[in-house]
Design a protein around this ligand. Sequence first.
Ligand code: PLP
Length: 356
Amino acid sequence: MSKIHNFSAGPCILPQEVIEQSAAAIREFDGMGLSLIEISHRSKNFERVMDEARQLVKDILNLEPRFEVLFLQGGATLGFYTTALNYLKEGGKAAYANTGVWAAAAIKEAKLVGNVDVIADSSDKNHSYIPSFEVPSGYDYFHFTSNNTIYGTQYQSYPKCDVPMVCDMSSDIFSKQFDANQFAMIYAGAQKNMGPAGTVLYVIDTEQLGKTGRKLPTYMDLKAHIEKDSMYNTPPVFAVYASMLTLRWIKNNGGLKGMEDRNRAKKDLFYNELDRNSLFHGHSEPASRSWMNPTFRLNDDSIAAEFDKLWKDAGISGIAGHRSVGGYRASMYNALPIESVQVLVDVMREFERCKG
Ligand SMILES: *Cc1c(COP(=O)(O)O)cnc(C)c1O
């Protein structure tokens, strides 16, 4: 099993120890004689899991006391709408940056709620770059997507902004050091860098919440979830448990600094080969390159079948590109070992040697 090099864009690779501990907890959890997925979420045993998961996020992100952490459902996709409901005032307006499919989906949902200005847009070049811009004042909030999973672009620094800042960090949360305390809210679907599909993380500055005057359905009201310590309704117990284990793994492996060192080594190894190799070119502009989702193409698509055979024979899985970009995408999330990147680089070199 471990001979597969898993470059899947999501759901994706998790640390092997997380897979093993999760499997064990499905059989029997916490010495209870019962499975994790057949006990009450109100049991002390599960409450400890939820508490630890929330605390680990606070520790790893070094959050100031005004922040709260939730594990909800509906993915980042429901987060798009939840964001607008909780931060866009009646008659107010929000600023958005459109840097790809997910950013555009967030804009679409916010427009159902109120006024949206798109203040930066990279669609002129198929989202191959992160535009540079400042956020004008006067908005209820500014929303952006820190890492564009499909196009392989990533903000290298965050925009200058004096309105509340909301970020979809689904595909790069916990991947390198950053100041989480500057955000009004961060949200992230678990299944790219934190755990299995089924839960979405919200990191919320409670002082910037509840200012819209809107009456919301309870599940959509982030305040209601905070008041109930993320247990307003039945949480996705397995997804929260496996996320908690992954968060432990992140903390035990040096936290954000440890992940950054690991991920920098991997992206350097990959991009150095991409720049050196005469058969390939990247999709994203070098100054906007993602550490998590490098996207690349063959200069000559007619030799793709031969390349595909080589990487498949090497045990590589999941590098076919997204249909809106084509080519290849080698996702290198936290849990992917550098040895897997080395295997891909070796295949690219070998292919160049055969063709050269
Ligand atoms: C995958 C992804 C999403 C969608 O997440 P779901 O959990 O499937 O709703 C949203 N934003 C980004 C940046 C993503 O990578």
